[in-house]
Design a protein around this ligand. Sequence first.
Ligand code: C2E
Ligand code: MG
Ligand code: MG
Ligand code: MG
Length: 289
Amino acid sequence: YRAKSYKTGVSVYNEQWGYEAVERLQLVQALGHAIEHDQINIAMQPFVSVESGELTGFEALARWRDTVRDVEISPGTFIPLAEESGLMPAMGRNILRKACETLMRETPDSDLRVAVNISVMQLRQQDFIDDVATILASVGMPASRLELELTESVFAGDVMHIRQVLGTLRDMGVKISIDDFGTGYSSISYLRDFPLDTLKIDQSFVAGLRNGGEGLFSSIVSLAHGLKLSVIVEGVESRNDLDKVLELGGEEIQGFFFSRPIDSRKLGEWLQSHSQHPFTMRRRHLSMA
Ligand code: C2E
Ligand code: MG
Ligand code: MG
Ligand code: MG
């Protein structure tokens, strides 16, 4: 490894590498600034009950508009950046707080829940449980209205410790769900050994239903139900997707067919129009009951 000069761009590596390194550094700085100035926002995407068509809650999704360059940066870019640069604890805390505040501001007297994506890195923080308890208390939100979404990466590394942290959170009443299920480590025994409530089937399996993936999809649903986990199906984009999912099972659905993620600042407006035009779940092929 040889250090390179950013000024001249001369190094054993190509120009492109140097450019990316500088870009990246600037992006980390801009992200740090955005976190400090409370510019990371959230969008809320509805969960819908398969049985009733009713709204059951929302997933909070982080959003960042870099105001200097005036561009929207996707969470797929800035979440890993925050994790790698040490900004995640602060950012994650802000997102969690904002998600809870939004839910309590817009739907104070309901049992709608909010699901927040949590990096494994946050679970490893010493004070994560305290953070959650503090935020719930200061917002006045029952723990049962909070769900934490974790990816299968929680099943790697310090499994004993993570399982304990999740156990404590669950004892508090917080729900735990596994996100993007089927795309990561498929250590199925962990689904039994970890304290979990919900399994979110990754959207790629819904896409798979468009060309013969029914067997795989329903196997995942059976697996979840066999382990007493409730199922959320992600990525339902069309009436056609919905009909297939209604046939194959799952308790809740999320996807563009119902709603895109909604800017948290416009959630009140959305809720008002939704109350006039609620979701419907007509099955095209009703079975003989
Ligand atoms: P995810 O948690 O699996 O979130 C679902 C993603 O799918 C979201 O993308 C959402 O906008 C998108 N989506 C929802 N419905 C549909 C659909 O019908 N079709 C398609 N094609 N996509 C759909 P988004 O908001 O870009 O987030 C991407 C990922 O970034 C998330 O995937 C999550 O892993 C991560 N992320 C987002 N916010 C946070 C956060 O606050 N903390 C952490 N740790 N990760 C986050
Ligand atoms: Mg998620
Ligand atoms: Mg997901
Ligand atoms: Mg996903």
